[in-house]
Design a protein around this ligand. Structure first.
Ligand SMILES: Nc1ncnc2c1ncn2[C@@H]1O[C@H](COP(=O)(O)OP(=O)(O)OP(=O)(O)O)[C@@H](O)[C@H]1O
Length: 267
């Protein structure tokens, strides 16, 4: 495993101005993420868990360069993030596909954005369609695809940019359990094949442990790193979830998420 640092969160704080419900024209400062620091290695798969509203999506938006920190900074390859860039691909919970483009058209959009010459689109789109197992569905429109298929196309489109970093915000939350499990193992396969650095947000402890090499557990809002849990599993076969090592880590993460500060929080 490489030990090269890819992403560094350095005392990142993000505050928002929110309207005061009782005083017209007055706004208060709400801190979603406070003094948050951790680093991600190149090629690492990091999962992020924490109670609802602890700032997970805020953190992902900051990493995507969609917003900027109020204090602190985020570095990628030692350079401070200055805005969105093709070095980072984002996959959201809602598929965010263009409804007027076919599966292939959606993937080609990623290729066009990256400046790949048009003559190479077909072959490259075929590669990514094959990578997510959807070669047969290239000409279907999003409304003709299942939820799981749409999410696979969204992943393929993000990969078509060939970003170094893939940021995933609860990408499987809307899917049924079976589709979710098969997409989880598919993502691990793609990760091993492409060697991307991945940050993956989830509400599922099992998903976090199955996918992550490390699980970053955040405190309730304002979000801070509570603990980073190593996941030294020898195998990631589908039945690993019942392995004693997996069960032990699940218990640990569960305990971290159920300590007194979380009581009343919506995990
Ligand atoms: N643009 C904004 N303006 C004001 N407050 C915001 C804004 N964006 C997020 N917040 C607040 O910041 C906090 C963190 O939100 P965020 O969506 O990052 O949490 P989360 O951990 O991803 O939640 P969930 O798990 O429910 O998706 C919330 O209290 C939210 O209301």
């Amino acid at each position: 495993m490489t030990t090269v640092e890819k992403i560094r969160f350095e005392r990142v704080t993000k505050s928002f101005a929110v309207r005061d419900a009782n005083k017209k024209g007055v706004s208060n400062e709400y801190t979603a993420v406070q003094d948050l620091s951790f680093t991600v290695r190149e090629g690492e798969f990091i999962t992020l868990v924490g109670p609802s509203g602890c700032g997970k999506s805020t953190l992902l938006d900051l990493t995507g360069g969609l917003t900027t920190p109020t204090r602190g900074r985020i570095l990628i390859d030692g350079k401070e993030i200055a805005g969105p860039g093709l070095d980072r691909g984002i996959v959201f919970q809602q598929y965010a596909l263009f409804p007027w483009k076919t599966a292939r058209g959606n993937i080609e959009f990623g290729l066009e954005a990256k400046g790949i010459p048009k003559r190479e689109w077909k072959e490259k789109a075929n590669y990514y369609l094959n990578l997510v197992g959807l070669s047969q569905f290239a000409d279907r429109y999003p409304h003709e695809l299942s939820g799981g298929m749409k999410q696979r196309i969204a992943i393929a489109r993000s990969l078509a940019f060939n970003p170094d970093v893939l940021l995933m915000d609860e990408p499987y939350a809307a899917l049924d359990a079976q589709t979710r499990e098969s997409l989880q193992s598919e993502l691990l396969r793609i990760w091993k094949q492409t060697k991307k650095t991945i940050i993956f947000i989830t509400h599922s402890i099992d998903e976090a442990i199955y996918l992550g090499e490390r699980v970053v557990v955040l405190t309730g809002g304002p979000g801070q790193v509570k603990e980073i849990v190593d996941v030294p599993l020898k195998s990631r076969d589908a039945d690993v979830r019942s392995h004693p090592d997996f069960v032990k880590i699940r218990q640990k993460v569960w305990n971290l998420l159920h300590e007194p500060e979380y009581i009343g929080a919506n995990i």
